[in-house]
Design a protein around this ligand. Sequence first.
Ligand code: HXC
Length: 271
Amino acid sequence: MPSKPVSAPLPTDVFKPDIFKGKVLFCTGGGSGIGKAITEAVMRHGANAAIVGRKLDRLTETARELSNGTGRTCIAAQADVRQPEQLKAAVAKTIEHFGRIDFVVCGAAGNFLASIDGMSENAFKTVIEIDTLGTFNTIKATLPHIRATHGAYIHISATLHSRGTPYQAHVSAAKAGVDALSAVLAVEEGPKGVRSNVMAPGAIANTEGMSRLANQVPPSPGTLLPYPLGRMGQVQDVASMAVFLLSDAASYITSQVVVVDGGWEQLRTPQ
Ligand code: HXC
């Protein structure tokens, strides 16, 4: 009997290395975690990239690492996704460097644990502004370029809001808004050749989100269930789905929410 897989394959183990040759990715939240892993995977398939975030030091370091590691070019474009003018400047810098944008990943997100009762109005608003308004701002700033290349969007959401997840009211409301934005974008822009999908990762190891949340959530029904595939998610699992969704193999897939959680949410759902 074959042994159970214990780690995620790299996307380059599965897809051809040149499928994104000549393409350009614009990734918010690309400085670390899932956004960085998606950017690396897309670059390893031939694309150049711009990574966008608030912290220029980290972005610059990541851009250097990704360029050296992939042989493609990654630039750092500093912007807070809550600020439309900063995003427009990041898009302008990307166009100046590469002349086009084919793919947008909206990955910038905020998170912390707080109950509704214990969260200030400004705390709630902050996460809505980073996740939902930030996604809207990113779409607005990039859409003319994505129309021009008949490109694609991926929005990073979550599975938290499929039910009431304690201490995640702000993130749950924000991600529900992200899912809705993607669906509207898909139907409005589909006739113009633009696709828009959502990826909903489960618990992914070695990410800032998990480091903030892990071991801090009091057990609630279902939270201690094992992973159906026998291991926790890795950033490569999410990156591989991104490569598929951005590729021509997904050319008839739009307006979808693709859960990448190893089946954990299904296990958590009462049958
Ligand atoms: C309660 C908090 C808080 C906390 C901040 N606030 N942290 N409230 N508990 N831990 C409140 C502040 O008091 C303030 O309200 C308001 O939020 C804004 O805080 P600022 O620090 O001024 O804002 P800012 O620096 O713009 O952003 C803060 C932040 C951000 C939203 C916390 O730094 C952040 O989220 N960073 C983490 C990034 C991250 O982990 N991304 C991955 C997300 S993973 P007052 O009232 O005091 O003014 C994800 C999916 C997880 O989303 C799924 C896992 C399964």
